[in-house]
Design a protein around this ligand. Structure first.
Ligand code: SAM
Length: 348
């Protein structure tokens, strides 16, 4: 049987008037035992995490003075009664301790990809679903619109469906777009959001015009996962960023995509760039930082540089020893990380 949130709040209210520390502790111990055994549900059926509440109660029990205990009780009471929201996401900061799944460190280490639902990981060059999951949870609300101009297999759009956000992807390769559409349509849609993949070129000046049939021109988040220049050749199409002649050509094409995205991204909202570096003729090319600079020229504030671990691509997995030998003999390092740069569009 659930303990109702309203009953728990009533108990806390009574405790706030209790004058004696040992009596407070006795009552808290009683409540703690009940919570440890049962879930705490509110009237709408939403659950409050019991383990978090128990740790709050334990803190009260450790209080040396009545004043301290009352301070913790009042704080807990307030956090359960008040909802503290902000304009860019649905996190209730009064209950921030419950969001331990949301990463706030700048180092993201994932030991395996999320393979729930239709996340099959079939596309060479995809990203792990945890990346869009983190970004969407942190920077959007239910019903917001998310743009992914390098949609690939549609990882972002699958996460949109799971998290109740609308998502638009643009993908140059029509075969990839078709397969992605099929998979996305198989993903459940509990929040009845809209997702669409447009087959098109994100660096085309016509982007954001009628030709591209974007269902909205007002996005709240953009997630960009371009080719890491020519590390993987995605197609033979000249508009494909993986076919840029050199690093400058790549940066110029990426800049055009960012210009297009900026036309449809709401002011004050976030743009995330997921990218890695590359070697060219035994020289480390800091593609990530060059790309970061390209975006900073375009009216954005840098909010974070996240380093994410990177497992061997399928091609390299079988050649681990060979790569290690090459690294030792050639005096270089094997890539084990990529970047997630987070920018905020300036308000003016
Ligand atoms: C690194 S992959 C993105 C993978 C994606 N995040 C996923 O999880 O499947 C980059 C994608 O950008 C596409 N692409 C390259 N140039 C493009 C352009 N000019 N416009 C749109 N898509 C492009 C490629 O075909 C490729 O699918």
């Amino acid at each position: 049987m659930n303990i109702r949130l309203s009953d728990f709040i009533k108990t806390l209210n009574k405790l706030r008037k209790t004058k004696n520390l040992s009596s407070i502790k006795k009552q808290i111990t009683g409540v703690k035992t009940k919570i440890a055994l049962r879930n705490l549900g509110n009237e709408n059926g939403a659950a409050i995490r019991g383990d978090i509440l128990v740790s709050e109660l334990e803190q009260i029990l450790k209080s040396q003075t009545q004043q301290r205990a009352l301070y913790y009780i009042n704080r807990l009471h307030k956090s359960l009664k008040q909802t503290k929201t902000n304009p860019i996401n649905d996190l209730n900061l009064s209950r921030w301790k419950e969001y331990d799944n949301i990463i706030t460190d700048s180092l993201w280490l994932f030991d395996k990809r999320d393979s729930t639902g239709t996340h099959l990981g079939w596309y060479w060059g995809n990203f792990v679903p945890q990346i869009p999951h983190q970004l969407i949870s942190r920077f959007t609300k239910r019903g917001d619109w998310i743009l992914d101009p390098f949609c690939g297999s549609g990882t972002t759009l699958i996460e949109c469906k799971k998290l109740g956000r609308n998502g638009i992807g643009v993908e140059l390769n029509s075969r990839v777009a078709k397969k992605a559409r099929q998979l996305i349509s198989k993903e459940q849609n509990p929040y009845k959001v809209s997702t669409k993949i447009v087959t098109g070129d994100s660096h085309n000046p016509q982007f954001a015009t009628r030709n591209y049939q974007l269902p909205t021109t007002n996005f709240q988040l953009a997630i960009l996962h371009p080719p890491y220049h020519d590390i993987i050749k995605f197609s033979k199409n000249r508009s494909d960023l993986s076919n840029a002649k050199n690093t400058d050509g790549f940066l110029s094409m990426l800049g055009k995509v960012v210009d297009n995205v900026s036309k449809v991204l709401e002011k004050g909202r976030h743009l995330a760039l997921v990218i890695g570096d590359k070697y060219h003729k035994r020289e480390w090319i800091p593609l990530g930082f060059y790309s970061m600079n390209e975006i900073l020229k375009r009216g954005y504030t840098l909010k974070s540089i996240i380093v994410k671990n990177f497992e061997e691509t399928r091609g390299k997995r079988g050649q681990k020893e060979l790569w290690r030998y090459r690294a030792l003999s050639g005096g270089f390092y094997i890539f084990k990380h990529e970047y997630i740069f987070i920018f905020q569009k300036k308000n003016h």
